[in-house]
Write a protein that binds this ligand. Structure first.
Ligand SMILES: *[C@@H]1O[C@H](CO)[C@@H](O)[C@H](O)[C@H]1NC(C)=O
Ligand SMILES: *[C@@H]1O[C@H](CO)[C@@H](O)[C@H](O)[C@H]1NC(C)=O
Ligand SMILES: *[C@@H]1O[C@H](CO)[C@@H](O)[C@H](O)[C@H]1NC(C)=O
Ligand SMILES: *[C@@H]1O[C@H](CO)[C@@H](O)[C@H](O)[C@H]1NC(C)=O
Ligand SMILES: *[C@@H]1O[C@H](CO)[C@@H](O)[C@H](O)[C@H]1NC(C)=O
Length: 273
């Protein structure tokens, strides 16, 4: 969390959203939909931009048939994500119970749609969450996954509901940049030119990886002498003319080979090794 966001939290203000809503009208699915009329409790109700329509799953809990639940949205491709806002269902006079039902959930960002191999960006607890919940969650991903469980033999913190836990999400807003290759809260600053696939951290412009031959947080530094390639992980083999180092991207000798050496990388002795 950056310092401004942190200070806003301290004084009880929440985020000022200037990012794009990446989840709006995308495809959502959930583990088990509560039986109801057509679309009534559908997973897509959380991404329809209408906070009066909500999802609902069959209940989980220690005396219920299921003990875990998931909901996920497929954003359509990999995006740079900044934050996630969830509006949980409230019922007048049951706010505390509702918070106890949602308590303990996890949020993942994934490129494949599976929780395995994805990045955990938030784990709730032990305090009960607010029903209008926001967290920063910076990363690159195509799917955002909500997960919760109520397992036998686990002691849950005070206030957690442990049976008949219905999951009801009225809206899930995924804030991020809908253009690629940019960062910043208005999604209008180009990422550094040597970032791999033009992808950088949405807040601080650090590249996720570098193009071949470059290194550093913003990939603005050439590989150190004697090294080249992706992650600067390859060692120059060649005997370059004038004792120079190889090209930091290709590994080739730019001014040709030293006397007595040949081959594309000047790695072969002319008279045998
Ligand atoms: C939830 O909180 C956000 C951020 O403060 C606010 O913009 C939004 O209006 C709230 N939503 C509801 C339904 O109260
Ligand atoms: C990206 O977000 C902007 C601002 O919210 C919107 O005007 C634009 O239509 C969006 N583009 C796509 C491809 O979703
Ligand atoms: C939101 O959904 C409710 C229930 O389906 C519907 O009555 C209402 O017209 C919708 N609001 C908007 C703005 O679409
Ligand atoms: C930018 O943020 C990422 C993820 O939080 C972090 O790993 C990286 O070190 C940060 N870069 C800088 C320059 O602060
Ligand atoms: C470069 O480094 C990244 C991150 O450590 C790693 O995932 C990737 O496999 C490396 N690529 C090569 C070719 O070494």
């Amino acid at each position: 969390m950056d310092i401004i966001t942190f200070l806003l939290h301290l004084v009880g203000l929440t985020f000022v959203f200037t990012y794009d809503d990446l989840a709006y009208r995308k495809i959502a699915t959930q583990s088990q939909t509560y039986p109801g009329g057509y679309m009534y409790y559908d997973a897509n109700n959380a991404v329809d931009g209408n906070t009066t329509t909500c999802t609902r799953t069959t209940e989980i809990g220690i005396f219920n048939p299921h003990n875990s639940v998931w909901w996920k949205v497929d954003l359509g491709r990999v995006y740079s994500i900044y934050s996630i806002n969830i509006l949980f269902k409230n019922y007048d006079g049951y706010g505390y119970r509702q918070r106890g039902r949602f308590a303990g959930f996890s949020l993942y960002v994934s490129t494949t749609g599976d929780i395995q191999g994805s990045t955990l960006c938030y784990k709730d607890g032990p305090q009960l969450p607010p029903l209008n919940f926001t967290t920063t969650c910076t990363g690159q991903g195509r799917y955002v996954i909500f997960y919760n469980d109520r397992l036998d033999g686990v002691t849950y913190p005070d206030g957690y509901e442990i049976q008949n836990v219905f999951t009801e999400l009225c809206e899930v807003i995924v804030q991020g940049c809908n253009k690629s290759g940019v960062y910043g809260e208005n999604c209008n600053i180009p990422c550094p030119i040597n970032c791999k696939d033009s992808i950088c951290n949405i807040q601080n412009r650090s590249c996720i990886g570098c193009k071949s031959g470059w290194t550093g947080q913003t990939c603005s530094t050439k590989c150190i002498e004697g090294w080249y390639g992706v992650n600067c992980s390859l060692q120059c083999k060649g005997h370059c003319r004038g004792g120079t180092t190889c090209n930091h991207v290709t590994g080739l000798c730019e001014r040709g080979c030293a006397d007595g050496w040949t081959g594309s990388m000047c790695e072969k002795g002319i008279h045998g090794d």
